[in-house]
Design a protein around this ligand. Structure first.
Ligand code: AP5
Length: 215
């Protein structure tokens, strides 16, 4: 089962993908997480990506396509995968088609998680992430038991550099201009389904799983 989760920044792609990993036993592939890891390591790729990510712009297509091609070739993707944050441009979607064809695979579904801009702002300004295990929290909607400390591994929680209000607004602009057309691309293939992303995380998960299980 090869799935794509798409939606604006803060719509819950990462949150849902992590819950789906537990349910379906297939890996989450988040280009955002892979790029942030490269930034942390200070690799040449990370240095190139950092400025663009900090200002809320997209990293060039060739960079993320290279990342995805390499990741999809790993053994844990053999039974399927959940793409989180890729493809994000129509060019990336077209190249993904070629990669899938070369691997004799196909995309089974794109799930579009819809959430309005004002709710997204609330979610992103309150988001915190564990430095060690990457578990996500929200200061009001999903707070940790102890402020600033991860429930799972006791790691320190941090706020992402691109979760400042001005940068969030830039990311939303980029999403509406460059990523929303990706949904149309998959609609034409009859692979796109939309889910209302507002509500309890478990409710959103149930709606996504209903679609995935019916495919
Ligand atoms: P990326 O990391 O992919 O960021 P994003 O798409 O902006 O998405 P987010 O991670 O911000 O949000 P999310 O939808 O995963 O929401 P989450 O579950 O965390 O990309 C970052 C950057 O990398 C990009 O700007 C770009 O520069 C670069 N990049 C990445 N991929 C690229 C690509 N393919 N091409 C080019 N550049 C690329 O939830 C958010 C918050 O809301 C959390 O606090 C969570 O607890 C809370 N929450 C979640 N669900 C709910 C709910 N149902 N109710 C209440 N709160 C909720």
């Amino acid at each position: 089962m090869n799935l794509i989760l798409v939606g604006p920044p803060g719509s819950g792609k990462g949150t849902q993908a992590k819950m789906m990993v537990d349910k379906y036993g297939i890996p989450q592939i988040s280009t955002g997480d892979i790029l942030r890891e490269a930034v942390k390591e200070g690799s040449p790729l990370g240095k190139k990506a950092k400025t663009l990510m900090d200002q809320g712009s997209l990293v060039p297509d060739d960079i993320v396509i290279g990342i995805i091609e390499e990741r999809l070739g790993k053994p844990d993707c053999k039974g399927g995968f959940i793409l989180d944050g890729f493809p994000r441009t129509v060019t990336q979607a077209a190249v993904l088609d070629n990669i899938m064809e070369k691997m004799s695979l196909k995309i089974d579904r794109l799930i579009n998680i819809e959430v309005g801009d004002e709710e997204l702002l609330k979610r992103l300004t309150g988001r915190r992430t564990c430095k060690d295990c990457g578990r996500g929290y929200h200061v009001s909607f999903d707070p940790p038991k102890t402020e600033g400390v991860c429930n799972e591994c006791k790691g320190e929680l941090f706020q992402r550099v691109d979760d400042k209000e001005d940068t969030i607004r830039s990311r939303l602009k980029v999403y509406h201009g460059q990523t929303a057309p990706v949904i149309e691309y998959y609609k034409k293939k009859n692979l796109s389904r939309t889910v209302d992303g507002v509500g309890k995380m478990e409710e959103v998960l149930r709606k996504i799983c209903d679609i995935v299980d019916r495919r």
